[in-house]
Design a protein around this ligand. Structure first.
Ligand SMILES: Cc1cc2nc3c(=O)[nH]c(=O)nc-3n(C[C@H](O)[C@H](O)[C@H](O)COP(=O)(O)OP(=O)(O)OC[C@H]3O[C@@H](n4cnc5c(N)ncnc54)[C@H](O)[C@@H]3O)c2cc1C
Length: 449
């Protein structure tokens, strides 16, 4: 791929795009990022920081896709050694750096937010403003078999650089006093973090805009202009075209459709998940706690319903209870039986939740690829097109490293880690024939109150 050099400030002399709401800049772009979810935001942040003239186009708005329907965990604990764990470790370090910069007030575009936090006693100077917290994770097993598997996984993760501390039942209950005494033991992962995903996406886009990026919302990308060699030259929307040299397809569940506009097969599919939210409670859960079955569920290829227990508190005192996984296309139905199962499983880990009221539920669709690895990199068949999609249940955690890889690929810098396992066009992606989703269903609150 021909890399782009850092912009010198001279703007491209592309044709004037027709009109985009209040946006009519009279010029094209170096890169158009399709999608203003967490992945598009992280890509735009990195590309704009590299001095590239970047435009982000979203058919809806910031965080309107799956990003607005997730929990915001930044996990290393649930990943087996391999390329995804390497990406997660890099990403975690980048999240930590971003949080420290925000807390120090040194992130361009966020100065006014920082000043407001300084004057607010409930937040204060050390606050990142995106609820980024290294709260740690505790994975527990109730039986000896589960514990043996957990210890085996932890040993392999330690060899890959993860801090994973086996804990007995007493230590587990010292970390989480409300845990059931009926435990075989667990593993503590102090590196696990959490962030508020929509705030994080909006804040990354603030920095991108401070670095010159432009954001166009409420406009779908409907096609691409190509030159005689097939190279992408522009992005089409109902409001006009934006001339560009590169397109980053960060359209989440829409990535398959966006790829198809360029004649490319990208088998990203939805994996439905529900989250149950309790009424606000006094502090009773300190970190994130999940059962040993969760890791197997995340990696599973089973099409049918899977539920493992994931419990954590939010700043507001509500407790989030997950997690279900189902491959049912874009079926928007909210299943009360699944929510009841999640609640029962959570009570088994935390008996003190008995009698607590659930106030609502969320439903979202994780964008997954056939081999459960994200698709990051240049399309092998269409020059100028890159993909950053298919992060399934880990897109919030993996976003900053994805953005960095995309920046390094576009600018021709050696990537921070080997991007080969994520490459578009890998055999696992080419093999799969995927039926088109038949029903459009927005992510978001599912309506259970
Ligand atoms: C229940 C649940 C819990 C989760 N929990 C976690 C968690 O704890 N930690 C974690 O890391 N991940 C979690 N995830 C996964 C995470 O939310 C996703 O991996 C991530 O949000 C994907 O981000 P994205 O930017 O790729 O997609 P999206 O957020 O869906 O963004 C894609 C954007 O592209 C836009 N778009 C689509 N098509 C077009 C088009 N043609 N033109 C213009 N714009 C277009 C959409 O409007 C959308 O805004 C969870 C997911 C679910 C469902």
């Amino acid at each position: 791929m021909r890399p782009l050099k850092r912009s010198t400030g001279a703007r491209s002399s592309f044709p004037v795009p027709s009109h985009f709401g209040g946006w009519a800049p009279g010029r094209g772009a170096d890169v158009v990022v399709v999608g203003a979810g967490i992945i598009g935001a992280a890509c735009a942040d990195e590309l704009a920081a590299a001095g590239l003239d970047t435009v982000v186009v979203d058919r809806t708005g910031i965080g309107a896709g799956t990003t607005g329907a997730g929990e915001g965990n930044i996990l290393v604990s649930d990943k087996e050694p391999g390329p995804e764990l390497a990406l997660a470790l890099l990403s975690r370090a980048l999240w930590q750096r971003f949080g420290a910069e925000l807390a120090a007030g040194s992130v361009p575009g966020t100065e006014s937010l920082h000043r407001r936090r300084l004057g607010d006693p409930s937040t204060g100077p050390g606050d990142s403003g995106i609820a980024l917290e290294a709260k740690g994770g505790l994975v527990v097993a109730t039986g000896a078999d589960g514990l043996a598997g957990l210890h085996q996984l932890a040993a392999s993760q330690r060899a890959a650089g993860v801090v994973a501390e086996p804990v007995g039942p007493d230590r587990a209950r010292a970390l989480e006093p409300q845990l059931t005494p009926d435990l075989a033991g667990g593993v503590h992962y102090p590196q696990d973090m959490q962030v508020q995903p929509v705030l994080a996406a909006a804040t990354l886009l603030r920095r991108a805009r401070a670095n010159g990026a432009r954001l166009v919302t409420g406009r779908p990308v409907t096609g691409f202009g190509r030159d005689r060699t097939g190279r992408i030259t522009s992005v089409r929307t109902p409001a006009g075209a934006i001339a560009t040299r590169y397109v980053v397809n960060a359209a989440g569940l829409g990535a398959r459709e966006v790829a198809a506009l360029a004649g490319v097969h990208l088998p990203i599919q939805p994996r439905r998940g529900f989250i149950l939210v309790t009424e606000p409670l006094p502090p009773m859960i300190r970190g994130k706690v999940y059962d040993a079955a969760y890791v197997a569920d995340v990696a599973s290829d089973d099409r049918t319903l899977q539920t493992s227990t994931v419990v954590e508190a939010t700043d507001g005192g509500t407790i989030l209870i997950g997690a279900s996984r189902e491959r049912v296309g874009l079926d928007p139905a909210l299943r009360v039986d699944v929510l009841a199962r999640l609640a029962r499983q959570a009570i088994r880990l935390f008996p003190a939740l008995t009698g607590v009221r659930a106030i609502r539920a969320y439903r979202g669709f994780r964008p997954y690829s056939p081999d459960h690895l994200p698709v990051i990199g240049a399309d092998p068949d269409v020059a100028g097109l890159l993909h950053a999609a298919g992060h399934e249940g880990a897109g919030i955690g993996l976003a900053p490293a994805t953005g960095l890889l995309i920046r390094q690929m576009v600018t021709g810098v050696t990537p921070e880690l080997d991007p080969a396992p994520f490459r578009p066009g890998r055999p696992a992606l080419r093999r799969v024939a995927v039926p088109a989703p038949t029903r459009a269903a927005p992510n978001g609150p599912g309506g259970v109150r």
